[in-house]
Design a protein around this ligand. Structure first.
Ligand SMILES: [Zn+2]
Length: 168
């Protein structure tokens, strides 16, 4: 085995050392920063403040996706408006499930959400409309309200309303 291989093997060892008879975890400064970033992405305060606008929701998704792609560390799973699941991998899925108990809240952990439903079916969401996106069929704006209500679809690379609202 080459020294290079040896070094690699050692690098994969859990970073723990004995101190006063107890194991303690050692984090490098770089690792600390990564965990701090994850804590921020998982923080209810951060998510609540960002989800006040469509732009903010898109930023949440983008940041979570990038984080998971880069570090492969699981994120906390949340449900937005009882409709969208932010997965541990940073992706977003649409929930095909009505509430059976309790009332709709803007944001809840997946674990809490599961207490109010009998089962959960989700479908991957290919894309989320950006702010200022127009429906390819009626040319009306796909609003933040439309998104919260799930009133949009992605057909042949274009966003459309499920139910068009525009009055002509
Ligand atoms: Zn439309």
């Amino acid at each position: 085995m080459s020294t290079e291989e040896m070094r690699k093997l050692n690098a994969d060892e859990p970073k723990e050392e004995m101190q006063n008879g107890k194991y303690r975890e050692i984090y490098t400064e770089e690792e600390k920063k990564v965990y701090q970033r994850r804590d921020k992405l998982d923080s209810l305060y951060y998510l609540r403040s960002m989800m006040q606008s469509l732009e903010g929701v898109n930023i949440i998704i983008e940041n979570r996706m990038k984080f998971y792609e880069e570090y492969h560390l699981d994120l906390q799973e949340y449900v937005l408006w009882g409709r969208y699941l932010l997965t541990y991998r940073g992706t977003i899925q649409e929930i095909d499930q009505e509430y059976l108990l309790g009332k709709k809240v803007d944001i809840t952990t997946l674990a809490d959400f599961m207490k109010s439903v009998s089962s959960l079916r989700t479908e991957p969401l290919v894309a989320f409309p950006p702010r200022g996106c127009f429906c390819a069929e009626c040319h009306g704006l796909i609003t933040f309200e439309d998104v919260k209500e799930g009133n949009f679809d992605f057909k042949i690379n274009k966003f459309v309303h499920k139910t068009h609202k525009k009055q002509n």
